[in-house]
Design a binder for this molecule. Structure first.
Ligand code: SAM
Ligand code: SF4
Length: 342
């Protein structure tokens, strides 16, 4: 089926089949890629508008009990020196984001049982009480009860990526995770009323366009609200350190097709993309992405949260730069202007 027929189907608001999604992901002429990016950009503009939502991420612990083969803070990695932020340190970072007017904070960590559910509830309760910010958690797999307690404490969103819907690849990259458990967790999160976040990595060993198409259909079927799509980047000291970096172009195509298929969702211009291409964020914002995650981890800890090598630092200045370059606007609620941070 020729590319143009699929583009017409999109214009007519029709649902795409897996084969049609694959065809879009395989487009390789410059004119096809541009048409794809433009269609996604137009849909983002019509559904979401021109404002780029800015969220702050605090990577509060790099301890992890798991051994995901791709990850630079996996348990067996000896390079990062391990840190855990105290409740007060986390709150300091939260206050900074709040002062800037940012409305959502993402608390991310390895799977670290040091933080009990009670400790997390205490932190979430403080954030809600003292700042009224939206809270996103990205702390991995938990039991139904734990997800429920964290939700009842006021957590709004949960980000748990499927990474890939190809079962064989999932098992190959996750020596201590189970594919069905991961899906179960995602279903629980939806049932519990979280705004449900997922996502995948592009360029995993053995991954094909067909696999990426399945990922996108999975996001749609699971009614995923926030979809993080980033290239796989090899991390030193991991079993995958010599593997090839995922393609920037395939990542951008996946972002564009995800926008076209999933429509009204949050798609971040990911840090991973910014780490392998200085213009990566601007490019993603121009082909369907609509949010940026600031890295708001205190300076002294940041270098030890290298989930992949050469991880870029997305601060407020670089977010403003990408937004300006993509001809988009910063949110009206921000209490800081680009002039103040440059
Ligand atoms: N431990 C939690 C989890 O796994 O959901 C949250 C932290 S984990 C570091 C967050 C995300 O980092 C993962 O979902 C994965 O997509 C991404 N990540 C880890 N290693 C990566 C790599 N080498 N390249 C690209 N993304 C990576
Ligand atoms: Fe731990 Fe998450 Fe990294 Fe896996 S991806 S090793 S769970 S921090």
């Amino acid at each position: 089926q020729p590319f143009n027929e699929v583009m017409v189907k999109i214009q007519e608001g029709k649902e795409l089949t897996k084969e049609e999604i694959v065809l879009l992901l395989k487009s390789d002429s410059q004119s096809e890629k541009e048409a794809l990016y433009q269609a996604a950009d137009k849909m983002r503009e019509e559904i979401i508008g021109d404002t780029v939502e800015i969220r702050g991420a605090i990577e509060f612990s790099n301890y992890c009990k798991k051994e995901c083969n791709y990850c630079g803070i996996r348990k067996g990695c000896t390079t990062p020196s391990r840190y855990r932020m105290t409740e007060d340190e986390i709150m300091e970072s939260v206050y900074q984001l709040h002062q800037w007017g940012i409305k959502t904070v993402i608390l991310q960590s390895g799977e670290d049982d040091y933080y009990t559910t009670d400790m997390l509830i205490q932190i979430i309760t403080r954030i809600k009480r003292e700042t009224k910010m939206g809270v996103t958690l990205s702390i991995g797999e938990k039991s139904y009860d734990e997800y429920q307690f964290l939700r009842e404490a006021g957590t709004n969103n949960f980000l748990l990526k499927i990474e890939t819907t190809n079962r064989q690849i999932f098992e190959f990259i996750h020596p201590d995770d189970n594919y069905d458990t991961r899906i179960q967790c995602s279903e629980w999160l939806r049932e519990l009323g979280y705004a449900n976040g997922s996502g995948n990595m592009i360029g995993l060993p053995g991954q094909t366009e067909e696999d990426i198409a399945e990922d996108i259909l999975f996001f749609k079927k699971m009614r995923i609200h926030m979809i993080g799509i980033g290239p796989f980047i090899p991390a030193k000291g991991t079993p995958f350190e010599t593997y090839e970096t995922g393609s920037i172009e395939m990542t951008l195509k996946a972002v564009a097709v995800t926008r076209l298929v999933c429509k009204n969702v949050y798609i971040p211009a990911t840090t991973a993309l910014a780490s392998i291409d200085p213009d990566g964020q601007t490019k993603a914002l121009k082909c369907g992405a609509n949010t940026i995650m600031l890295i708001s981890t205190p300076e002294k800890y940041r270098k030890n949260y290298q989930i992949y090598s050469h991880k870029n630092m997305i601060d407020l200045a670089s977010a403003f730069k990408s937004i300006a370059e993509a001809n988009r606007s910063i949110p009206k609620y921000l209490k800081v202007t680009p002039q103040e941070v440059v």
